[in-house]
Design a binder for this molecule. Structure first.
Ligand code: C2O
Ligand code: CU
Length: 511
């Protein structure tokens, strides 16, 4: 479908109102339903899934340390919008077709509220998964100011549930952030970037079969999904009217598979201020932003002196990233347009501070455990590609059992030809380095032989992270301290087609 660009205004998700709030806690109820929403001027309404009747869902705004309770409720239909593949783990015939469980991505949460993939539930909690333990989730929010997001995380159909619309922002604010006098209020805008494809009737398109169908059954799992339209905050190629002043944008890649390499066609600098898990030490001027699925980056863009200009945010990340097809600069090579057409509503007194928050580096010497973990690829019994962590299925016995309070270094050895954004629940980590190694030798002998020098994290990665890009034929090292909760969590590739099949493993933090 060829849709015109920049004809719909960017929606800014509304802020969710709590049901109850007092000094000790805040309580929300959030209802998931199916409904129709207009995603583009020239497209009939699209049937989507969302929270509180909107896609993307409303934004939570909470204070660091606030005790928040959320009852996630499903009123979704029994039949899925999109083709379910019953050969995928957890989605076999016999389990309810529509299941959900919500994970707050990037938050440090007690295990029972983390949205474990098998803690799913159906409409009215009529049926629940084997790990379901409670209806009301608890979020302690002791992280500093950061941009988090909530999304479905159910075993076997996360790719479909998120693609249908089950995602939204969750912002934590704090005093330090306010003192910094960053652009705020209507000048602080979250942007969730996704790629989708549509049928002419407006419905969402998602493949029913891989390119070379393997079976007459509904074997729809594909190794990667590529949409041909870019959707920001639920509108296809929107425009956003701005004042000639500074804005803070919270960019989130909420796509299933697609990576973005974003730039402004005005060639102006973006002031990078935050990574996945919050503010960095010093803003840095950057020309482009690389965002893998689930990664966040916050930037300040200064439109001062751009009165009357139209500035397009472009994307030139090949698909699949990084050695796939170059992007079509007329379609997915464009993201959205900023129009500097609003009059200044007041003097811009916001700042790009020179120092924001300290970033104490974790030292490798403090680690008491070093794990060598592989990212592997296999062919399944239907001849389809199957991606795994450590070459193990989801339900193999748990092999990662970090101790509470223990610092570990994980060596992610990518033996596949693909790039995988690896995400861990519960903790944030720091990227130590990346280093090329001899994959064939490793496969044959198990010996790790480096073939290049260690490369430090990119400037954009020098902060608290929860998702890291693990490139093919490289060892990516991360360091983290496990806590403050014990219990069952997961780590996985955030390409949702990989996560579902079945590049996800549990880990358990032990006391
Ligand atoms: Cu954004 Cu385990 O997820
Ligand atoms: Cu992957």
């Amino acid at each position: 479908m060829n849709l015109s660009k920049f004809v719909d205004e960017l929606p800014v998700p509304s802020v969710l109102k709590p049901r109850q709030k007092d000094r000790f806690h805040t309580y929300y109820e959030v209802n998931m339903t199916q409904f129709q929403q207009s995603l583009h001027r020239d497209l009939p309404e699209t049937t989507v899934w969302g929270f509180e009747g909107v896609y993307p869902g409303p934004t939570f705004e909470v204070e660091s340390g606030e005790k928040v309770f959320v009852k996630w409720i499903s009123n979704l239909p029994d039949k899925h919008l999109l083709p379910v593949d019953h050969t995928v783990h957890g989605a076999h015939l016999g389990v309810p077709e529509v299941r959900t469980v919500i994970h707050l991505h990037g938050a440090s949460v007690e295990s029972e509220s983390d949205g474990y993939p098998e803690a799913w539930f159906t409409k009215g909690f009529e049926q629940v998964g084997p790990h379901f333990s409670k209806e009301i989730y608890r979020y302690d929010n002791f992280m500093p100011a950061c941009t988090l997001w909530y999304h479905d995380h159910v075993i076997g159909i996360t790719r479909l549930n998120v693609y249908a619309g089950l995602a939204g922002f969750y912002l934590i604010r704090d005093q330090r952030e306010r003192e910094l006098n960053l652009p705020s209020g209507k000048f602080d805008i979250p942007l969730i970037i996704q790629d989708k494809s549509f049928h002419p009737d407006g419905s969402l398109s998602y493949p029913k079969q891989p390119k070379n169908p393997v079976h007459e059954l509904d074997t729809s799992i594909i190794p990667e999904f590529s949409g041909d339209a870019i959707v920001v905050n639920g509108k296809v190629w929107p425009y956003f009217n701005v004042e000639p002043r500074k804005y803070r944008f919270r960019l989130l890649n909420g796509s299933n598979t697609r990576f973005y390499r974003l730039k402004l066609d005005s060639e102006q600098l973006l002031y990078h201020i935050a990574t996945d898990s919050g503010l960095i030490e010093h803003p840095i001027g950057i020309k482009e932003i690389l965002l893998a699925p689930a990664e966040r980056v916050e930037v300040i863009i200064d439109f001062t002196n751009f009165e009357g200009k139209r500035i397009v945010m472009t994307n030139d990340a090949p698909f699949p990233f990084p050695d796939g097809e170059p992007v079509d600069s007329n379609t997915v090579g464009k993201v959205m347009e900023f129009r500097v057409v609003l009059p200044l509503s007041g003097k811009d007194t916001s700042e790009i501070p020179s120092f924001m928050v300290p970033f104490p580096k974790r030292r490798v010497q403090t680690a008491s455990k070093f794990r060598f973990l592989t990212l592997t690829r296999r062919i399944d019994s239907y001849g389809r590609e199957l991606m795994l962590l450590n070459d193990q299925d989801w339900d193999a016995p748990i092999t990662e059992n970090p101790k509470l309070g223990q610092t570990e270094v994980w060596y992610l050895l990518n033996l596949t030809n693909d790039t995988h954004p690896i995400h861990l629940h519960l903790i944030d980590f720091q990227v130590i380095d990346r280093r090329a190694f001899d994959v064939e030798k490793y496969k044959q002998t198990g010996i790790l032989d480096y073939t290049g020098l260690a490369m430090p994290p990119t400037p954009q990665e020098r902060g608290r992270k929860d998702t890291v890009i693990a490139y093919s034929n490289q060892v990516t090292r991360i360091i983290m301290k496990f806590g403050p909760y014990t219990g069952l969590y997961v780590w996985h590739c955030h390409i949702l087609e990989h996560e579902d099949y079945v590049m996800m493993r549990p880990f358990r933090v032990l006391l």
